[in-house]
Structures are given as C-alpha cells and as structure tokens.
Design a protein around this ligand. Structure first.
Ligand code: 5RP
Length: 238
C-alpha cells in the first residue's frame, strides 16, 4: 500500500472510533489530517454524525471545513468555550513513547493550542513517521517573532541545534506563519530529552512555540496513535 493509502486508513479508523455526535472537535492540519476532515464531513452529510462543533487548526483546514459544510468556530466562541472534547491531528515524527514532532505545515501554534485544550488527543500517521528519536532526522520547527530571529537563533545554537530559516516556496523570502511570525527549523546531532527540550526552547524570549508535543507544556495528555502500515493494517498505541 502507498503512503496515501496508509494515511487514509489511519485517519478513517481514528475518525470512526473516536468521533461521536455532540462533540467539540479539534481538526488538525496536513495531508493525513485532511482525511479525518473529509470523513467527518461525509458522516455529517449522511446524518450519521450530528451537532459537531469544529475548531480548525489552520486556514487550510478551515477551507476544507467550509467546502464540506462542517460548522467551525473560534476557540473563544460560546459554542466551544475555550475547550474541546477531542482533537485528531497528523505528525511529522512519533517516538516509541508517543511523543511527537509537529509543524511541518507550519501550524504548530494552533495545533498545540488545540491539543492542550482537548480532553482527548489522537495522532494519525503512516508508518514512515515512526522515529526512534525526535528532531534528529526531521527538523523541529520553532516559531519566533520576526524581531527575535537572530537572538533566538543564537540561543538555539547554544543548545546545540543546527538551524535554517524556513523559506517560502512560491514567494521570495521566508515563510510567514498565520500569526505573522517566522519558522526556524532545527536539528540536533545528538538526541535530546524531548520534555526538557520542549520547555527549554519555549523559555527563550521571542519564541512563540515549538513543535515538540512531549510534556505538560505540549499536549496535557499523551495521544493515542493510529499508524497506517504498508500491509493495510492500522496499529493503535496508547
Ligand atoms: C502541520 C503538521 C502536520 O500534522 C504534519 O506536518 C504532518 O503532515 P502530513 O500529514 O501532511 O505529513 O504538524 O503543522
């Protein structure tokens, strides 16, 4: 089975197992999470799900909700009241302890907000996302305010990181996030302890958020993981 098939199977399994009528639901970003969005849209259209109030974690997800007539709200709205029952999202890397790196699509800030404020959190991914250690192979994104680009870069280098400023693809210059910030993609030669690293990075002035979902600073709870396998099976891990 190809990657798209693995992503879709993991997403469908998670949506069918976890999403129930009446939920306040966080919907993640990216090419795997979009299958969850589409599944929720289809179940709503068929009347098999009712009264779902969605919080979309990015503009991309919001557009998909609009397209599928999925009701979506600000987290500050009375419909959501600052909290969610469940969030389902993708990930760039997941380690054996269900800690994750996210933010490949640049939506880490709102994705972490959703995960942190959810009663339950699930990650859907294909098996290529499994990693023995985080932030060694796939870069860890750090969102910084533009004024702090250099100062934060220096502080991260002192922590042992190699870094690049994320460049836009069809625009000259850097990626500007949905909140007007920059992204530094960082890698470590030696694996770092994820919980501690997540907190240390966020203590640097000018850092808005980083893409580690490891400790209490990330999701309050460790996610349930749905991994789509090459043989068509979906493995779940708590
Ligand atoms: C976006 C994310 C995505 O969930 C992550 O990058 C995985 O994306 P994909 O499913 O397309 O591989 O964190 O900020």
């Amino acid at each position: 089975m190809d990657l798209q098939g693995m992503k879709e199977r993991a997403a469908l399994r998670a949506a069918d197992e976890l999403v129930t009528s009446g939920m306040r639901l966080g919907l993640g970003t990216g090419s795997t999470a979009v299958f969850v969005v589409r599944r929720v849209g289809a179940l709503l259209a068929e009347g098999r799900l009712k009264n779902i109030r969605v919080f979309a974690t990015s503009f991309q997800t919001e557009l998909e909700c609009e397209r599928l007539n999925i009701p979506h709200y600000s987290l500050n709205s009375p419909e959501l009241g600052g909290g969610l029952d469940l969030t389902i999202d993708g990930a760039d890397e997941v380690d054996p302890e269900n800690r994750a790196v996210k933010g490949g699509g640049g939506a880490l800030l709102i994705e972490k907000l959703a995960a942190y404020n959810s009663g339950r959190f699930a990650i859907v991914a294909d098996e290529s996302k499994l990693a023995p250690r985080l932030a060694v192979r796939f870069p860890l994104p750090v969102e910084v305010i533009p004024e702090a680009r250099l100062s934060v870069s220096r502080a991260l280098e002192k922590l042992g990181a190699e870094l690049t400023l994320r460049e836009a693809l069809r625009k000259a210059g850097p990626v500007i996030t949905e909140h007007g910030n920059l992204l530094l993609d960082i890698r470590f030669r030696e694996p770092e302890e994820p919980e501690e690293l997540e907190e240390r990075i966020n203590r640097i002035p000018g850092v808005v958020e980083n893409g580690l979902f490891a400790g209490p600073g990330g999701a309050r709870i460790r996610p349930r993981i749905y991994i789509g396998r090459g043989d068509g099976a979906v493995e779940t891990r708590d």
